[in-house]
Design a protein around this ligand. Structure first.
Ligand code: COA
Length: 322
């Protein structure tokens, strides 16, 4: 049996940092409110001249280096993002060319905060099917572009960044399983109201901004992420006590704590970046994975559960032996 295995990870955060104290000067909020309700202390924001593909490039180069592969070996690129440079070509195509990767399938996956797990799950299936021997999978976002920086309900939550992994085939696990889901009935709880085929002229103007009913999103996220974790463990006949690490979507520390509690996992076993990154949507999980790998906490062979939840709603998980 062929598994796909994470051979290397990388991340990139733009240099510009906006702290809660900076936000106190922009909207009617406080560091104390933001920290206690969300866990966020600071977030990184891309420069005007940086597009999502620029963020992806840096994260991808790190993952390629860490995996010890040459760009000529890469035969699949998958990028999860909701904030691409342009409507087309997709970001995967842009970075395929800029990195010097030979022509290959280049997949753009849009699933809001679950974008990376949608991309990872798809790439995993290519590798398992023998159709990819070296896949570059990226989650990246510039949500700062869509945020209304005068709306305290949302501007305190989000940040920009990119995370990447290289997947290679292996006889040993590897990714054990991935599980994806979506339910469009929740569309109105979290959405951006304009796009290329609807109210295009509103994009980037005060007429369109991220719309969120925060407390309702919170409730569905906690319930869904608990179920997502059980689904991944049950599918593999693995007990929650066997988990070494939870690498959760970093939307809100209270959502993360609720998922950890359901798994009886102490917070020491949870990779937490929400305080430094905010909610970076599709970039959140791969950046948190990279943090845990690079600081030496996540070791080869350990059992890692990644999960995410986002607008749609969409959700997903990947259980793997790192
Ligand atoms: N600073 C100060 N006060 C704020 C604020 C801010 N940045 N944002 C909202 N408030 C106020 C509200 O206006 C409201 O005031 P009111 O009672 O006078 O109307 C009050 O705080 C409580 O608002 P509420 O929305 O009920 O707070 P909450 O405890 O639910 O926390 C969130 C708000 C957004 C932090 C929380 O709901 C949340 O994290 N939800 C999930 C969001 C998420 O994860 N989205 C992405 C999913 S991928």
């Amino acid at each position: 049996m062929i598994y796909s295995r994470v051979a290397g990870t990388g991340r990139y955060l733009p240099e510009k940092v906006i702290t809660n104290f900076d936000l106190e000067k922009m909207v009617d909020t406080s560091d104390e409110w933001i920290r206690t309700r969300t866990g966020v202390e600071r977030r990184h924001v891309a420069r005007e001249d940086q597009a999502v593909s620029d963020l992806c490039m840096e994260a991808a180069k790190q993952a390629i280096d860490a995996a010890g592969v040459d760009v000529s070996e890469i035969d699949l690129v998958a990028v999860g993002t909701t904030t691409p440079d342009t409507f087309f070509p997709n970001v995967a195509t842009l970075i395929q060319h800029r990195l010097g990767i030979p022509p290959c399938p280049a997949l753009g996956m849009e699933a809001a905060c679950t974008g990376f797990l949608y991309a990872l799950s798809t790439a995993d299936k290519f590798v398992r099917a023998g159709e990819s021997k070296c896949a570059l999978v990226v989650g990246a976002e510039c949500l700062s572009r869509l945020v209304d920086w005068t709306d305290r309900n949302t501007c305190v939550l989000f940040g920009d960044g990119a995370g990447a992994v290289i997947l290679k085939p292996s006889d040993e696990p590897g990714i054990l399983s991935t599980h994806l889901g979506a339910d469009g009935q929740y569309r109105d709880l979290l959405y951006y109201p304009a796009g290329p085929s609807k109210d295009l002229h509103k994009i980037g103007t005060p007429e369109a901004a991220i719309m969120m009913t925060g407390n309702e999103v919170f409730k569905v996220a906690v319930k869904t992420l608990g179920n997502v974790a059980s689904e991944a463990l049950d599918a593999n006949g693995i007990d929650k006590s066997e988990l070494d690490w939870l690498v959760p979507h970093q939307a809100n520390i209270r959502i993360i704590q609720a998922t950890a509690k359901r798994l009886d996992l102490p917070m020491e076993k949870v990779i937490q970046t929400v305080q430094d990154h905010g909610n970076t949507s599709a970039a959140s999980v791969p950046m948190a994975l990279d943090v845990g790998v690079r600081d030496g906490r996540i070791q080869r062979g350990q059992l890692v559960l990644m999960e995410a939840f986002g607008g749609g709603f969409t959700w997903g998980s990947a259980l793997m032996r790192y």
